[in-house]
Design a protein around this ligand. Sequence first.
Ligand SMILES: *Cc1c(COP(=O)(O)O)cnc(C)c1O
Length: 424
Amino acid sequence: MAERISRALLPDNTSVADDGMAMFGGLRVDDLVAQFGTPLFVYDEDHIRKRCQEAVKAFPDGVSYASKAFLCKAIAKLVHEEGMGLDVATIGEAYIAIQAGVPSSDLTLHGNNKSMEELRYAMDNKIGKVVIDSFDEIDKIEHLYAATQIPLKALVRVTPGVAAYTHKYVTTGEVDSKFGFTVENGQADKAIKRAESSDAINLVGLHAHIGSQIFTSDSFRKSTDILVNLAEHFGLPELCVGGGLGVPYLNDESSISISEWGAIVHEISRSSSAKLKITSEPGRSIIASAAVTIYTVGTIKEIEGVRTYVAVDGGMHDNPRPALYGSDYETFLARSINESRERKITLVGKHCESGDVLVKEGDIQDDLVVGDLLVTPVTGAYGHSMGSNYNKVLRPAVVFVQGGKSRLVLRREALSDLLNSDVT
Ligand SMILES: *Cc1c(COP(=O)(O)O)cnc(C)c1O
């Protein structure tokens, strides 16, 4: 495991300067840090655009970006420019997308417990589609319809009962799930019939999202098969297969591409006699490997015969995935991206928590010292977006890089931001 960082984990436009320094989008890491500080999220804009283009090609009937993976105005605008709609799961996500200039008709509202306020917002703002998740939600929609007389265009979310072989916190398609209507016990049938007969709902199809970080194409095959049959049975024209395509985080991992995923889903739907509109909503596979996080090493604590702790200026506030899911990452020294990594370390953050780990068993170049710039790749999805202000830490800045130019899209928080909602 001492090999150098795999290029497959890095943004497309990664290069190496003559002195060994990593460059992203044509910019040296030390220059980016001099301008923006650390911790810093760096997104390769052309990488994101390329993945969007691949997704649009793989799902020609329509594809939405799952905005919870990473959302700010710049990314909403970018994915929409590339021809994608946006999935939003709360009024907050919808608000940011609309503020970015995305037409509300290109938004799809998700959520297993949408509030009246969220459903009313969807109606008032003419959000393109709502994905119905429960019988209580149908009641709420009918209640609102009584006043507005505006029917909502909708999909019904079903849980096909397919094991996704991923972490149990990100599995959503099995029978025992808080999401959607179970196919196996007849709930899905009941929900579809009720939605079809309701004046408040203009039902156009079915939706399923079986989980996230899925590597096995078999799971996609099985769930698509169940969904295609169900859509055909009810004569519904649209089938959204959700997101969930996995991405490699470690040197020895690999996954199918967005194109291959699209091909599998379409191959199964072609076996049906009905002509279905097949849509999808990838998040992670669009954005994860487009970004890296850059940290500064603050302390190195060597416990003889046990392990070496390397502490950086970030942590679970900019990437809670290791603490939440036990997720693994690679790490490397920015100044020697091409060198092999001989030293075993545990990379930790600055929070008052032993679980504040970024890389549990990492390898790093041997000559690491305090003050070095350290990079963790594949942090573009569910990092900044899941981050927090825990310990009243300031959330990091996000820059987009492209062709030797950078642009700040989210500034680093300031101390005064911590008092934004403090009314005393
Ligand atoms: C999270 C989510 C997605 C995106 O999942 P990824 O694993 O990021 O591709 C798509 N659809 C729904 C409903 C989701 O909740």
